[in-house]
Design a protein around this ligand. Structure first.
Ligand code: ACO
Length: 379
């Protein structure tokens, strides 16, 4: 039997899943069947409700949500030993590397591998969702030489993260927009980091190793790291007038334009549409950002040049502008993505365990056979 090889496993199903659905031609994204616009723009929806929906496949009632929120609040703090470990990290290190190390370190404290015990699954979900924002904020303050701020129990998930970063209670509109952006990034079928989480999960290792593996995969510039690159690119462009010369130059050199293109979407990513609206709301309330005009002009120019190839803004194109306006430092954009995507990784971890078979794909061997060993003195 000849097996067709497709680079990047493009178009090859790696699993069966009921967590999310994408139609890349129509620009549809659904979480457990609910269209993303419908879910994210509901005044009552929060990121934690979204996480519950993704992980337990139902919208929680009032009591279930309150209990989940309470558990998360209770587990937000970090052990002193994790904070001590973070003190040894170089300030110049990337926050994604710090997060990956801290996520793995959680396994030293909480790993039991009781994967058939629903209470252990719940405990791991809660600990991971509760502690990732605290770890990201703690690294941010500690690398500036400050002590981390304790989480505040009276603040929502998103508001508490912004508070731990800036030591100031955020404006309610800013906190709400941040929470929506967490919902938008929470899940996206079998992308690279989710696949990485699933492969790791399939060995029945502990959930902290699953998350650490996914964080490492999300960090790359072709995946979650793109939002950071987008802001660097907009800064490099510098002015609306320079958009087209910049684009020409990049395309001549066959460089990718960050924040554009997607393996699945061949139209504008539905999350980019919402994030653009959120960015506009933020600018209306807190003042304009000159990089937004550059971004809009770049979107126009890229569409003219590459629209025929299905290259449109992806989720990372406008998310950086939203985060910038919320006062989040550029190199924390990907860790913020990880805070949110942890919900999707955990949903896939749980789904993988329910019908597990270890991932063990095959390969098409392109090397030699029966080669002679050459002694070192003859090489
Ligand atoms: N800028 C310019 N051209 C592009 C871009 C881009 N951003 N993306 C794709 N293309 C072109 C390619 O050059 C190629 O053209 P060709 O057929 O003439 O050779 C064609 O479109 C197909 O591109 P591939 O790279 O083969 O598409 P693939 O599905 O492998 O890659 C990816 C998708 C990695 C997202 C790619 O579009 C990219 O590198 N984008 C920039 C980085 C980025 O924004 N990543 C974030 C993605 S969203 C996320 O991960 C959360």
């Amino acid at each position: 039997m000849t097996v067709e090889y497709r680079a990047g496993l493009e178009g090859i199903p790696a699993t069966q899943s009921s967590i999310s659905f994408v139609d890349g031609q129509k620009g549809i994204l659904e979480y457990r069947g609910i269209p993303i616009q419908e879910l994210a723009m509901q005044p009552g929806n929060t990121f934690l409700e979204t996480a519950y929906l993704l992980i337990w496949n139902e919208l929680p009632n009032r009591e279930a949500l309150a209990e989940f929120e309470h558990e998360i609040q209770f587990h937000r703090r970090l052990k002193y030993r994790i904070r001590d470990m973070m003190k040894c990290f170089p300030e110049s290190g990337h926050p994604m590397d710090a997060l990956q190390a801290c996520a793995a370190a959680l396994g030293l404290f909480y790993s039991k591998r009781a994967l058939d015990d629903p209470s252990y699954i719940r405990e791991a979900v809660v600990r991971i969702l509760a502690k990732i924002p605290t770890m990201v904020a703690a690294f941010q303050l500690m690398r500036k030489g400050n002590d981390p701020v304790q989480p505040r129990d009276d603040l929502s998930y998103g508001a508490n993260f912004l508070y731990m970063l800036s030591e100031e209670e955020p404006d309610p509109i800013a906190a709400r927009i941040f929470d929506i952006s967490l919902t938008l990034h929470a899940e996206h079928t079998i992308n690279a980091s989710t696949f990485s989480a699933m492969v790791t999960a399939s060995t029945l290792t502990d959930p902290y190793a699953v998350i650490a593996s996914a964080v490492g995969t999300l960090a790359g510039p072709l995946h979650g790291g793109a939002s950071e690159e987008v802001i660097n690119m907009l800064e490099e462009i510098g002015s609306v007038e320079n958009v087209r010369p910049f684009l020409e130059d990049r395309l001549t050199r066959k460089d990718k334009i960050m924040g554009f293109g997607h393996r699945v979407y061949k139209v504008k990513d539905p999350r980019a549409i919402i994030l653009q609206q959120l960015a506009e709301q933020l600018f209306e309330k807190f003042g304009q950002d000159k990089y937004y005009d550059i971004a809009v002009e770049l979107e126009k120019a890229v569409e003219e040049k590459l629209g025929h190839k299905g290259i449109y803004p992806n989720v990372d194109f406008y998310s950086g502008l939203v985060y910038r306006k919320l006062g989040i430092p550029t190199d924390l954009f990907t860790p913020v993505f990880a805070i949110s995507r942890a919900a999707g990784w955990l949903a896939h971890w749980k789904e993988q365990l329910a019908e597990n078979r270890i991932f063990r794909p095959t390969q098409i061997y392109t090397g030699l056979h029966n080669s002679p060993y050459i002694p070192i003195e003859k090489r």
